[in-house]
Design a protein around this ligand. Structure first.
Ligand code: 13P
Ligand code: SF4
Length: 329
C-alpha cells in the first residue's frame, strides 16, 4: 500500500497527517536515512503503528506482524532495521539469522510480551499435560522456544484449528484468546495478559462514536475487550483492517486501535474521513526518525538471540508460517 516517491510527493502525502513544520524537519532526515540505507545495503521494515514519517518516508516493507515475519525471510540486504517493537525484531532475526537486525530503540517493548516468561509456560504445561501451547507472536524468543506454535492476530483461529485437538493453551492475550474462542469450537485455556493500548477501549466509547457520526464504519483490533468487538462492523489484524477499508471504501471510518494506524491509512485513502480515537502505544513511539538514522549510521541496537533459544523459537514461528502455506497450496 505504499511507495516512496520524490520529496515533493512525500511532502504532500504527509501534509494531511503531520503539522507542516514537522514535515519540513522530517524531510532532511528522511533523505539522510535513504542515503545511509544505500551505503549499508539496508532494508527498513515498519509496522502499521509507526508514525507516518517513518511509515511513508523510510520504510521499504510495511505491514502487520504476520506480513513482517513473512517478508523478513526473503530480505537479502546485509542489514535489516525493524521499526516496530522488540519481539518483531527478534522474529526477523529468528527467520533470517545471517542478517544484522537492528532496532532503533531496544526499550521498545510490549505489555503482552512482558506479561509472560518461559518459566510461566513450563508451569502451564505441567498443569495441563499433553495440551498444546499456541503463543501470540507478541512474546519473547524465550517464550516462543517453549511453545508448540506461534500465531498472529491475522491467523490465530486458523493456527488453533490446524492442531486438530479439542483443547489448546493460548497465550498471552486473554482478549485475543476470548475472540478466537468465540470463532472456534476448540476450548482455550487462557493467560491473563493484555495490551495496554487496546484494553483501554470500551464498548460505550464505540456506541458514542456511532451516535455522534451516523453511518460510521467501525473496525476494531482483536486485542480489544469483547464488548468493543461486539460493537464493531469488522474485527481483524491491522493489515486486515486496511484491506477492509480498501474494499468497503466507506465515507467515514473509525479504527479502534493505535493512533498512527489511521494517519498511515488516511494518506492512502484521502476520500475517506477518519475519526481518530487516540490510544498511543508508548513502545512503538520510542522509534523515531533520529533513532533510525543513528542506528544505521552507527550500526547500533543489534538484536541477538541465544543460539539454543533461537533454534527452538524459530520452529514455533516456522510452524505458524507453514499453516498459511498449507492453506495457500
Ligand atoms: P498486528 O499483527 O495486527 O499488526 O498487531 C500487532 C500489534 O502489536 C497490535 O497491537
Ligand atoms: Fe504491544 Fe499493545 Fe503496543 Fe501492540 S499496541 S506493541 S500489543 S503494547
Amino acid at each position: 500500500m505504499k511507495g516512496i516517491g520524490s520529496q515533493v510527493d512525500l511532502r504532500s502525502r504527509l501534509a494531511g497527517v503531520m503539522p507542516a513544520l514537522d514535515v519540513e524537519m522530517a524531510l532532511p532526515l528522511i533523505a539522510e536515512i535513504q542515503q545511509l540505507k544505500r551505503e549499508r545495503n539496508a532494508v527498513v521494515l515498519a509496522h502499521n503503528y509507526q508514525t507516518p514519517d517513518i511509515f511513508h518516508g523510510v520504510a521499504d516493507i510495511v505491514g502487520d506482524s504476520l506480513a513482517l515475519a513473512r517478508r523478513a525471510i526473503d530480505v537479502d540486504a546485509d542489514v535489516v532495521v525493524m521499526c516496530g517493537v522488540h519481539f518483531m525484531a527478534e522474529t526477523a532475526k529468528l527467520l533470517n539469522p545471517s542478517r544484522t537486525v537492528l532496532i532503533p530503540d531496544a526499550r521498545a517493548g510490549c505489555s503482552l510480551a512482558e506479561s509472560i516468561t518461559a518459566a510461566d509456560v513450563r508451569e502451564l504445561r505441567a498443569k495441563h499435560p499433553g495440551v498444546p501451547v499456541v503463543a501470540y507472536v507478541n512474546t519473547s524468543a524465550a517464550v516462543k522456544a517453549e511453545v508448540d506454535v506461534c500465531c498472529t492476530s491475522g491467523n490465530a483461529v486458523e493456527v488453533v484449528e490446524s492442531l486438530g485437538v479439542p483443547k489448546v493453551i493460548f497465550l498471552p492475550d486473554r482478549y485475543l484468546g476470548e475472540h478466537v474462542a468465540s470463532q472456534t469450537g476448540v476450548e482455550l485455556i487462557l493467560w491473563d495478559g493484555a495490551c495496554e493500548v487496546h484494553e483501554r477501549f470500551t464498548g460505550a466509547e464505540v456506541r458514542a462514536f456511532r451516535q455522534q457520526r451516523e453511518g460510521i464504519y467501525v473496525l476494531a483490533h482483536p486485542e480489544c475487550p469483547q464488548d468493543v468487538l461486539a460493537e464493531a462492523d469488522f474485527v481483524g489484524s491491522t493489515a486486515a483492517m486496511i484491506d477492509a477499508v480498501a474494499q468497503a471504501r466507506p465515507p467515514e471510518v473509525v479504527m479502534i486501535t493505535e493512533c498512527s494506524m489511521s494517519d498511515n491509512v488516511a494518506v492512502e485513502f484521502p476520500e475517506v474521513r477518519f475519526t481518530r480515537p487516540c490510544n498511543l502505544c508508548p513502545h512503538m513511539k520510542r522509534i523515531t526518525l533520529q533513532g533510525v538514522r543513528d542506528c544505521l549510521r552507527d550500526l547500533s541496537g543489534e538484536v541477538r538471540v541465544d543460539a539454543a533459544v533461537a533454534a527452538r523459537a524459530r520452529q514455533s514461528v516456522e510452524r505458524m508460517l507453514a499453516v498459511g502455506r498449507r492453506r495457500a497450496a
